[in-house]
Write a protein that binds this ligand. Sequence first.
Ligand SMILES: [Fe+2]
Length: 499
Amino acid sequence: MNEAATELLNRLRDIAPNIIIKKDATELISDVDIELLTAYIVKQYKDEKGLVVLDKNKLSSIIESIKSSKPERVEVLNKSYRAEASEIEAEYKIYNTKDSYCNATANDFVSYFRSRLFKIRDKILRNNLEIRNELVNINSIDNYASGRTFVTAGIIRDKRDTKNGNITITIEDETGSINAIIPMNRGNTELEKDARYLVNDEVIAVKGKLISKDLLLVSNIYFPDTSVKNKRSEDDIYIGFLSDIHVGSKLFLEKNFRAFLSWLNSKDENSISGKIKYLVISGDLVDGIGVYPEQERELSIADIYLQYRYLFDLLSDVPDYIHIFLAPGNHDAVALAEPQPPLPEDIIREFKNAADNISILPNPMYISVHKFNLVGYHGASIDSMIKSIPGLSYDKPAEVMLQLLRKRHLSPVYGMNPVIPSAEDNLVMEIDPDIFHTGHIHKNDFATHKGSILINSGTWQAKTIYQIKLGHNPTPCNFYAYGLKNNNLVSMDFSGEYR
Ligand SMILES: [Fe+2]
């Protein structure tokens, strides 16, 4: 028996001992990627009860299906056609430089929140011309007489509704804390609207009048927010957005995803396929193992390495002139707490060696592409934002993203989704994003805000029973791409043909 066949038998013995290969079929096993072949066999026969015997016929049809699964290149009559994006050099920068870690001591928490305060107050809020000269530390107020107006900034330690319908917040900086009352139902709609969006642990500035020794009556709320000038690239190229592919789940819509890959390879000069220069993939690349109780029942590939092997086989069909930025999500094989590290070396080694058109990044990723700043974040905090702010919903993720952007923090409410309280808070959006991308809740949506485009790229997984129970409304197989020359967001629907 040849070496490759022995390796395949060993793998199957470990992962799926009910699958055996007939001796005369083993001669077919040469010149085949064994890890991939294992993934295909396991995916196809995992659910069969009892012993599965693969003879020559069955094995050759699996090997054939691996080969034939490669996307077709659709030719056009114009033989001189070349994808526009293939003529253009990839031009990008990656800003993620530091790993996040902590020992979970009290000091770590103090450093973490101070870092959040200093970054947002001193680097962002202080640039707001309206307040920069008035901003004072909270302990300065000790010397102020009642009736004085001033601006201060801090972290919201506590937000509560009062009996008479107003909102009270306690804000804190490194020098002290103060209570502030926000009058509601007085017709000051902007202030009231802003107040409803406040959440614990975010950093804001407030303007108001001191009405007693330690009580401020708020007249204005200032979010750090963002504002960018519309950029346009000379090159007519697009960034494509993917998330929540969930390879390994029985509900992964593989045929639709392959249809998307075929389109990406199609030489159709009337479509934008040849203009896609980048793919940003923000998490839930695979379905993972043990992410929720009894998940194994919903898996078509119940081995984490094989799930990634299958994913990378799919991604190997992305044309090599397209640069891929790949980051994990809560289903991936990395620690759950954010910032999540990039996928580990043992998972990516083989793929990375085969392809230099990929950047394996943490979640969140902070990058720039042809001078467009881009924040890619899987989106775990979208859940905590919806729980914390009445009116936000799973049907409109872009509205949630807009609030994250205004707060300039990817997970402002501490303690509702796992976050690493490291000495430096790396979830502050220090760059002004031209493009802000998330996934996680499987619902396509977009919005614009002060020059930024906000995109949730949906999913390639069909609706799960868990989502049905939660009343979620996923929109599988809608691909969004954003044009850097024309600032157009293009939506391509791959959901129909194969459902
Ligand atoms: Fe997901």
